[in-house]
Design a protein around this ligand. Structure first.
Ligand code: THU
Length: 143
């Protein structure tokens, strides 16, 4: 974990992720997740998890945030905050799943993209994508 080198307010992103969590559609797991994705020019895109009766098509909060942002034309990202908990009460840290880490790898520099894993404004940790996805496979591998 690093706690310098970034240039944003983690608490603002935590608040945005907590408010995004309220939009979660989780009739099956009841595990609600919220994400707040910060672009390099300071915009925030929220996302929630959206479950499905067939289970597999479920979309995580992080990917909802990324796909909303990419659709809007965003390509440069600074950080993402993730919060989650049963019935919308974060009692532990919900780290991004492997699929979401791979989606981050598509759009972000693993050494400079920050992932904030939080329970509330007082309890959080900050990691680079490289820490959470070492030796990741990304667009550069196909050049
Ligand atoms: N979930 C997320 O939204 N993000 C993650 O990174 C981990 C898992 C969601 C998917 C599913 O709706 C619920 O949490 C339980 O797995």
């Amino acid at each position: 974990m690093k706690d310098s080198a970034y240039n944003f307010d983690p608490k603002e992103l935590i608040r945005e992720a907590l408010s995004a969590m309220k939009r979660a559609y989780t009739p099956y797991s009841h595990f609600q997740v919220g994400a707040a994705l910060l672009t390099k020019d300071g915009k925030i895109y929220q996302g929630c998890n959206i479950e499905n009766a067939a289970y597999g098509p479920t979309n995580c909060a992080e990917r909802t945030a990324f796909f909303r942002a990419v659709f809007e034309g965003e390509r440069d990202f600074e950080a993402i905050c993730v919060v989650g908990g049963k019935d919308g009460i974060p009692t532990s840290y919900a780290a991004p799943c492997g699929v979401c880490r791979q989606v981050m790898m598509e759009f972000c520099n693993p050494e400079t993209f920050w992932i904030i894993i939080a329970m509330d404004e007082e309890h959080y940790s900050i990691h680079t994508l490289k820490e959470l996805l070492p030796l990741g496979f990304g667009p550069d591998n196909l050049k």
